[in-house]
Design a protein around this ligand. Sequence first.
Ligand SMILES: O=P(O)(O)OC[C@H]1O[C@](O)(COP(=O)(O)O)[C@@H](O)[C@@H]1O
Ligand SMILES: [Mg+2]
Ligand SMILES: [Mg+2]
Length: 343
Amino acid sequence: MTTATDSYNITTLNEFVIRRQADFPYAKGELSRLLHHVGVAAKVVNKKINKAGLVDILGRAGDVNVQGEDVQKLDLFANHHFIAALRATSECCAIASEEDQEITLFDDGLSRDAKYVFCMDPLDGSSNLDVNVSVGTIFSIYRRVTERGEHPDLSDFMQPGTEQVAAGYVIYGSSTMLVYTTGKGVHGFTLDPTIGEFCLSNPNIMTPQQGTIYSINEGNYAHFPQGVKKYLKYCQVVDPDTHRPYTSRYIGSLVSDFHRNLLKGGVFMYPSTRKAPSGKLRLLYECNPIAFIAEQAGGKASDGVGRILEIQPKDLHQRVPFYVGSRAMVEDVEAMLAEHPGE
Ligand SMILES: O=P(O)(O)OC[C@H]1O[C@](O)(COP(=O)(O)O)[C@@H](O)[C@@H]1O
Ligand SMILES: [Mg+2]
Ligand SMILES: [Mg+2]
């Protein structure tokens, strides 16, 4: 087996980020430093996840978070380490996290003068933690709207996804990858444990316009909108000309389901249901960052009616129905949903 060091043409995350700084004439390195520290925190979390079964880090922490979900010990571990790493940069003045009811302000000296705010789902796919199925971290970065040096506040986070300056995710799976965009394409880096570096492995990721994989929790079928029920029927029809029936794949970790479909072509769906009319997934730190990546890779992201990135946020933890992946497949779902308007 060859490792990156054997080939000597490794491009580390830091090198790549600094090299791409040239894409932004006025860049001073603040965003690069933030992305660097995201990589550092990801390595810390990765190390803990890798040995989760051997140390007392699996299971519930005993708390219930703002979503009403049982918080896992690793949710808190990841939350703590990402917040600590970003505080250390002084390039971020506030953070919104799935695990915290309110935004965390970095109100001390340098940080208050920082240009960026950070949104994150520190540990995505928590229900898979104890069963050794891949999980992730999702993040999104915005330029603040409050004045530098002033107190950051909620308005810095109530920006539509189109305003993101960077977004990405880390997937802690059979290998650990970090995938990100700054609006100049989507790039994937694989962690080489022998040198402890994220190395460029998937530059300029593009997703197929049409795929053959659909991902949805069919256990909720009875509660799905008619349009989704119709689309699932469409996926399951036998028609070799259109490569149907499509394949059903559902891991239950958004990052992992999205990543597979991004590379192979497919559509991920978490619709509104009667029991959850706004769906389950959170706009700020799950749907917006994934949507930015999907669009940068030539795919599409929708709430079933319109573009996810154009939604004006109203609440830090608001949920939206989510359809993302290969453009033609998302458009097919949207068309079938449109046949039942107002549902
Ligand atoms: O179990 P369900 O209802 O299918 O939900 C699975 C979805 O919930 C999530 O686990 C929610 O994310 P968190 O684990 O970060 O709360 C997604 O990763 C996943 O797509
Ligand atoms: Mg999540
Ligand atoms: Mg989470």
